[in-house]
Design a protein around this ligand. Structure first.
Ligand code: ADP
Ligand code: MG
Ligand code: MG
Length: 542
């Protein structure tokens, strides 16, 4: 374990130093595209924006133990292959996420996506055997006994954002290190302790590999985006990289745009986008579809939006992610993998029969399991959960709940150390600790299946940071009361590791490609930058 004392962080700043650093950081961010579109009162963005604001950012990088940082990066290749194999295992996904047997029964959104996928695989042609994942595995440090352990929060298989902006946040901290004398204030603040972050080129490499595999040089990559997206620069940096390094053009469309512009060739299933430029419409064949939308129910305001999503799925273009890969990222899958033997089966060569031929990875099972907190389903009747419940004193077990499954009763007993999660992405959906019992009281029995219980990761306390927001009153939900641009607060930092995987029946082409740190005040349970709870950060390895 590192001997670093987290409660001594960050070194003290005078008001003059704080002002100078804030000026340096925000100027750097504005100069280098570490940007957001500004919030607008009507939540609509102009079609041609004229202003931008710097992304919420941290002034001083977060301390992170070197060994755990490297361990997270080394695990990524195993995770890339694991989730590729999960996506290729139709039977497993049907059981866990499906609407006949799995979580799709209780969760309408999951059920709708699963039914669409089932219909395509049963009645359609397999127009494209390859899938692309741009993944992000998220971790917190867990202070258990006398050591700090790396624990996984979740594994994202769709719209994993902030790769390019996190690269710029790391560059920002490196720049401030070089340009201000303040950083001599701590012996930890040396260049050696600031790892490289080249996420943009890595993610673009994943997209370009899919484009090459599709095999039509002049085809374009389609970015499916949300209307009025504020995090456009994070996406735009990928577009620039694709064009400048790989000579691949990108077409940006919302699902609503695609309802008009997209069509499939009836015999080849090639996806074509028609754009009405000037007098002559332009036709583009699409090699790869990169979804930065369609991960949340609000992306589908009416059933026709699902029709558009399923049309894209039926096409010959490579989907990032395909519907099965999106479903593989469900919180329920994360929980199902923890059950005895499940991970081990996926890591063993048994995986070959699901496609995605690759070496036996069983040797990594213990390392992967060591990153997991305890998880179970609220509707669980498993013997293990019942046994855990039996171990608790009778007084807290919840008598008289004969019909309430052990999974829910255990969640009620252990509420103070738990978080409940539904099958959602994008932040703001979880139920934490003391609010759990009242939530369970109100939860209809048939909806229990949609939720998992997860032990809370208990992060090291006492570490502080400086959080900088361009417009605090409009971007912070939990800090909205302060009008100060810079807030010193006790913080928690979440590490994300990016990776890509291009896979199908053959081998998995995959790589770990970079990292992200998001930092939030400890008073907030949630951590999404886009949802306004946290800021972009980087690490100083200790
Ligand atoms: P989402 O897909 O919406 O991002 P997450 O599982 O990442 O959902 O949960 C959102 C946030 O909640 C995380 O970024 C983290 O800050 C917090 N969180 C989630 N699970 C845990 C946990 N087990 N322990 C501590 N904090 C957690
Ligand atoms: Mg998350
Ligand atoms: Mg997520």
């Amino acid at each position: 374990m590192t001997s670093f004392n987290f409660s001594t962080w960050p070194p003290q700043l005078t008001p003059e130093q704080l002002e100078a650093l804030t000026l340096a950081a925000t100027t750097y961010a504005l100069s280098h595209g570490l940007l957001y579109l500004p919030p607008s009162p009507s939540n609509t963005q102009p079609s041609i924006p004229t202003t931008a604001i710097h992304a919420p950012l941290s002034l001083i990088p977060a301390p992170f133990p070197r060994a755990q940082f490297h361990a997270a990066r080394e695990l990524q290749s195993v995770y890339n292959v694991l989730y590729a194999r999960v996506a290729m295992n139709t039977k497993f996904l049907d059981t866990v996420m499906g609407a006949d047997e799995g979580v799709g029964k209780a969760d309408e959104f999951t059920g709708t996506l699963w039914r669409g996928w089932k219909k395509i695989r049963e009645h359609g042609v397999l127009a494209q055997p390859l899938h692309l994942g741009l993944f992000r595995s998220d971790y917190l440090l867990h202070a258990a006994e006398d050591r700090l352990a790396l624990k996984q929060v979740e594994f994202n298989t769709i719209s994993s954002s902030f790769g390019p902006l996190s690269e710029r946040a790391a560059a920002l901290h490196r720049n401030i290190l070089a340009s201000t004398s303040y950083f001599s204030a701590s012996p930890h603040l040396t260049a050696d302790n600031f790892p490289e972050n080249n996420t943009t080129s890595g993610l673009a490499e994943g997209l370009s590999k899919a484009h090459q595999a599709y095999g039509v040089r002049d085809a374009r990559i389609l970015f499916v985006v949300q209307p009025n997206e504020r995090n456009v620069f994070d996406q735009q940096w990928l577009e620039y990289e694709l064009l400048e390094k790989h000579q691949i053009h990108v077409v940006r469309q919302t699902l609503a745009d695609l309802a008009v512009s997209a069509s499939l060739d009836p015999s080849t299933h090639a996806l074509t986008i028609t754009l009405p430029f000037q007098t002559k419409p332009s036709l583009y064949e699409i090699s790869t579809i990169y979804f930065r939308a369609s991960y949340t129910p609000s992306d589908f305001p009416s059933p026709s939006y699902y029709d558009t999503r399923f049309l894209l799925e039926r096409s010959r273009a490579i989907k990032c992610p395909s519907l099965p890969l999106q479903l593989a990222g469900g919180k329920k899958v994360q929980e199902a993998l923890t059950r005895p033997g499940v991970l081990e089966r996926f890591l063993s060569n048994e995986g070959a029969k699901w496609g995605t031929r690759a070496p036996d990875l069983t040797a990594h099972a213990a390392g992967i399991r060591a990153t997991w907190m305890g998880m179970w389903a609220l509707d669980s009747e498993d013997a293990e959960i019942a046994a855990a419940l039996d171990l608790l004193p009778a007084s807290v077990q919840g008598q008289g709940h004969g019909k309430v499954p052990p999974g829910t009763r255990l969640a009620r007993c252990k509420a103070p150390s738990l978080v409940l999660k539904p099958q959602r992405e994008g932040g703001g959906n979880n139920v934490y600790r003391e609010t759990i019992p009242a939530f369970l009281d109100a939860l209809p029995a048939e909806e229990r299946e949609a939720w998992i219980a997860m032990e809370m990761i208990e992060t090291p306390r006492g570490v502080s940071g400086y959080l900088v927001r361009a417009s605090p009153s409009s971007s912070g939900t939990d800090n909205g009361s302060t009008e100060k641009k810079v807030v010193r607060a006790e913080v928690i930092s979440e590490l994300g590791i990016f990776g890509y995987a291009l896979f199908g029946e053959g081998e998995v082409v995959e790589r770990e490609v970079g990292w992200l740190v998001r930092t939030k005040g400890t008073e907030s349970n949630e951590g999404g930058v886009a949802a306004g709870f946290s800021v972009l950060d980087s690490v100083v390895l200790v």
